[in-house]
Design a protein around this ligand. Structure first.
Ligand SMILES: [Zn+2]
Length: 421
């Protein structure tokens, strides 16, 4: 008769989480019956590994038992129980051993940290913690471990194109500087800097080093002066392009200013807010207006004119991006600025002055043959905002930095022999 052996937890563990030099002994419920505990022992005759030099070393003594949290199973928390050995290493002295399932002082096993960190990319950290009956801090720990590993093991060679972007992360003008790689084959977040100063952006170049910086061919940025200065200083050989997405955003902001100022002015002069809301309907039904209303309409038109004209100027500027030749694009830009400077709409004039003073950088967009569409940086910028919104209990720089690297950095992950999906 053939005997079918029962599949025990130990058998499963040996399939998915086996480590040379260690064996699983017993699996049982903890006294509370809410978690499963698994004893781990060193395999007979295998020496401990020194955590200082990663070499085998003679044993010294045992530490008290520690609980290492593993991936939960069928609604039970799972812990590996192990007494760490200390070694007496010839090179390092008395040190605690190194174990393959865990790094340093972490309470979570490496497999569990990787598991949590993957979920923390799909859910918010809070939702991840709730889903797996663990704490926000442990999820944060897990992400920190995975991000740290990823940053150490990522390759930074052959970066052709970068984009630099600022993003507001708290009230009171708190900004981060984000640097992306925007090569055609790979777009990823390379670097997060505190503030948006000269020094913070320079920090990126310190990280990648002069040799890599010298190979960068394209840099895409907005018109923030400290960024422009650093790019000129660190990437003088690169073609510097102003990012379309940021210019469009600036223009929308100017239009908004015009509209807001105008509606404030109307309120001040005693016009009903109702008029403002129905102004387009009013325009359409002109033939039905009484002479009194006609008078008001003419007045309204006069006040609205600024908003309308600003809107038309903004729409008109869209053509700029359609050009192929830098020369014709330049002609268009000059004419648009000339027109706008005569508009007597101050926020728009301000835009025109800014564009004029960055004429060369704007035209670089066409020299780069539009290789880097605004979509790339805009997409990354949106993702970064979503990541920050979904965060994360504490809006400190460190937490945001981790969250951003985690979701946008395309970092490599530590490898496990088994895929814990
Ligand atoms: Zn050692």
């Amino acid at each position: 008769m053939k005997i079918v052996r029962t599949m025990e937890l130990i058998t499963i563990l040996n399939h998915c989480h086996r480590h040379r030099g260690f064996v699983y002994q017993h699996a049982r419920f903890a006294p509370d019956r809410l978690s499963i505990e698994v004893d781990v022992r060193p395999r007979a005759g295998s020496a401990a590994i020194c955590s200082g030099c990663h070499q085998p070393a003679p044993g010294y003594d045992h530490l008290p038992q520690r609980r290492f949290e593993f991936i939960p199973l069928w609604g039970f928390l799972v812990f590996l129980l192990y007494r760490m050995r200390r070694v007496e290493c010839r090179n390092c002295g008395v040190l605690v051993e190194e174990v393959p399932w865990c790094d340093g002082k972490h309470q979570l096993t490496r497999a569990y940290m990787l598991f949590l960190a993957r979920w923390a990319r799909k859910l918010s950290w809070k939702e991840t913690a709730e889903s797996f009956h663990t704490s926000w801090d442990k999820v944060c720990d897990a992400v920190e471990y995975v991000v740290g590993w990823g940053l150490q093991h990522r390759t930074l060679e052959s970066i052709r194109a970068i984009g630099v972007d600022e993003i507001q992360y708290a009230k009171g003008h708190k900004y981060l500087t984000l640097v992306y790689q925007i090569d055609q084959g790979i777009t990823r977040l390379l670097w997060v800097g505190k503030e948006r100063t000269l020094e913070s952006f320079q920090g990126f170049f310190t990280v990648i080093g002069e040799q890599l910086a010298a190979q960068i061919e394209f840099v895409c940025s907005d018109m923030w002066q400290p960024y422009l200065d650093v790019i000129r200083q660190k990437c003088s050989q690169a073609l510097h392009i102003l990012d379309r997405f940021h210019i469009v955003a600036k223009m929308n902001k100017a239009l908004d200013e015009v509209r807001a100022a105008e509606s404030r002015q109307m309120a001040r002069e005693g016009h009903e807010p109702l008029l403002k809301k129905s102004r387009w309907c009013v325009l359409k039904r002109k033939e039905n207006l009484t002479s009194q209303q006609n008078l008001r309409l003419r007045e309204l038109l006069r006040y609205n004119l600024q908003t309308v004209r600003a809107y038309l100027l903004k729409e008109d500027f869209q053509q700029f991006w359609e050009y192929n030749s830098p020369t014709w694009a330049g002609n268009f830009l000059d004419f648009w600025c000339y027109q706008t400077m005569r508009s007597r709409i101050e926020p728009m004039k301000k835009i025109a002055r800014t564009l004029r003073s960055h004429r060369q950088l704007l035209l670089n967009y066409f020299k780069a043959k539009k290789q880097f569409s605004s979509g790339v940086i805009e997409g990354l910028n949106n993702k970064a905002k979503v990541t920050m919104r979904r965060s994360y209990g504490f809006r400190t720089f460190r937490i945001l930095e981790l969250a951003l690297y985690h979701s946008l950095g395309k970092l490599p992950e530590p490898e496990l022999t088994h895929d814990f999906f």
